[in-house]
Design a binder for this molecule. Structure first.
Ligand code: ADP
Ligand code: GLC
Length: 488
């Protein structure tokens, strides 16, 4: 099969810039495509963290101002483990350290439409005949609203095929009408079947309208976003484009997330050596100021603290939790009221509930390994990586049956225990009581050591590597390229 030239466009990439799962996916998927023999290059803004990581980056092209509101910029080239990176350098837009989308007060950056308009414009340019470097993509793969305008430029100006992946349809990138002109787009793009969305320019909607092919990060979420409840107003468009839409479940980086080699753990273990997991529990209890004991069930949470993640459920069952032989270790950051709620909870139950506010990659690994059970009661979850990390770490999760959670977690039942698929606990309905019941069920199940071991091993033995997903993306790219040729 012929080699593809793929431009992967992203606004975050682990380990340098990461606010959530997109950062992990942007590190692992291009690496898997590269390993499969394709010519893939990653385009990302040259944030300070990338400048520091790649001080030797070479100048690849000077980029003139391509639209009235877009400044000139530079393209630098670098490499990570053989994977080529194209760093979009424009200090006035990307020179601030910290969160890539928010200012120091936690507000969206005012110039986001220009920052990500430029990223999209340059992405499109690299798929066009007048690409500024000696390379042209056959397919431009963009991710979420931040790069979603690239397919729009490719549609109106011509160029390669495009694929857009929706990691979260709730973030739409909506801005005023005036940006149409400043981003250099034609006025006739302002239509309900164009870039307009309820009187605004929505980057995401525009990308979904014009991309050659669309994917999202799990098969269940691909169905859910065609439904009003999950579609945030885009369900009719998703139904209209159903034949162009695929659900491809994310993989995880099985080297970084490997309990038998993870440098953050005090004790390494594997599916056939699970007794060694216990030491990680006592170490975590000590680290987080919890009482050190093995007979209590330690629940773990690592999450953005937002409405999406459903963790407010825990705040409503405080007394119920207090009555269970359990502990809770929470690592998260996000909305102020949730942060305050969890801090108060920890104060109320010292030794039993511990909360660390902030983003801490190393502690995330220790919670995955040290907890007995992972909690992820998301209201919606396009894919979710943490439940897969927890399955791989022998830490069965409790989840809601939505999106990628429904596609990866198999509820414990007589039948699923018998066919060796049972690997976690799925909430039956959407109430605080259901959450409490699931936690109580876990506390009751764990003492049955043989059964618990089977549940842990079923999760640990499932293949969550990127191999299958990379293969599926390659067929999607080929499909997009053929469809684009037919359009010409
Ligand atoms: P989302 O992208 O919606 O936040 P995912 O489950 O796909 O959810 O990915 C979240 C990623 O971010 C995981 O790698 C998780 O470990 C990490 N993460 C989230 N919050 C924190 C935190 N406070 N500290 C460290 N890692 C975190
Ligand atoms: C988004 C989603 C999450 C998904 C991640 C990576 O942040 O909320 O479910 O795992 O993107 O695709």
């Amino acid at each position: 099969m012929s080699q593809l030239s793929i431009l992967f466009v992203t606004s975050e990439m682990a380990p340098w810039v990461k606010t959530g799962g997109l950062g992990d996916v942007s590190a692992a998927l291009p690496a898997a495509l590269h390993k499969a023999g394709h010519d893939v290059r990653v385009l990302i803004p040259n944030y300070p963290a990338l400048q520091a990581a790649f001080p030797q980056a070479r100048l690849a092209a000077q980029l003139p101002a391509l639209a009235p509101g877009l400044p000139p910029a530079r393209l630098l080239s670098a490499e990570t483990d053989g994977l080529p990176l194209l760093l979009l350098d424009c200090p006035e837009l990307y020179g601030h350290a910290g969160n890539p989308y928010l200012d120091d007060h936690g507000h969206d950056r005012q110039d986001n439409p220009i920052r990500f308009g430029l990223l999209s414009r340059i992405a499109a340019l690299l798929g066009q005949a007048h690409s500024p470097i000696d390379w042209q993509a056959n397919v431009v793969h963009v991710n979420d609203w931040q790069s979603a305008m690239a397919p729009v430029y490719l549609h109106f100006e011509g160029g390669s095929a495009s694929v857009i992946t929706v990691h979260n349809i709730a973030f739409m990138g909506c801005f005023g009408h005036e940006y149409l002109a400043s981003l250099g787009l034609p006025q006739h793009a302002w239509r309900f079947d164009g870039v307009e969305f309820h009187g605004q320019l929505s980057f995401l909607k525009a990308g979904l309208q014009f991309a050659t092919r669309i994917s999202t990060v799990s098969p269940t979420y691909a169905r859910e976003i065609q439904d009003e409840h999950f579609g945030y107003g885009l369900a009719p468009l998703m139904r209209h484009r159903e034949s162009a839409l695929r659900g491809i479940l994310n993989g995880i980086d099985t080297e970084i997330w490997n309990p038998s080699t993870d440098p953050e753990l005090v004790s390494h273990y594997a599916a056939n050596r699970l007794a060694a997991k216990r030491k990680n529990k006592s170490a975590l209890q000590e680290e987080m100021g919890l009482e050190v004991a093995d007979d209590v069930t330690l629940f773990g949470v690592i999450s953005r603290l937002t409405h999406q993640k459903g963790l407010d459920l825990l705040l409503t069952i405080q007394d119920g939790m207090a009555a269970l032989p359990m502990q809770l270790a929470v690592l998260g950051s996000g909305e102020r009221d949730l942060e305050a709620g969890f801090s108060a909870l920890a104060k109320r139950y010292p030794g039993k509930i511990a909360v660390k506010l902030g983003f801490d990659e190393a502690l995330a690994h220790r919670i995955e390994a040290g907890a007995d059970c992972f909690l992820m009661p998301s209201r919606f979850e396009p894919c979710g990586l943490n439940q897969m990390y927890s399955l791989r770490y022998g830490t069965p999760p409790i989840v809601r049956a939505t999106g990628g959670l429904a596609d990866t977690v198999v509820d414990v039942s007589e039948e699923t225990l018998a066919n060796m698929t049972a690997n976690g606990f799925v909430l039956r309905d959407d109430t605080p009581h259901a959450m409490w019941l699931a936690m109580e069920r876990v506390c009751r199940s764990r003492p049955d050591k043989r059964q618990w071991l089977r549940i842990q091993q079923n999760g640990m033995r499932r293949d969550f590597s990127w191999k299958q997903a990379a293969h599926d993306y390659i067929s999607l790219y080929r499909d997009a390229i053929s469809a684009r040729e037919l359009e010409r």
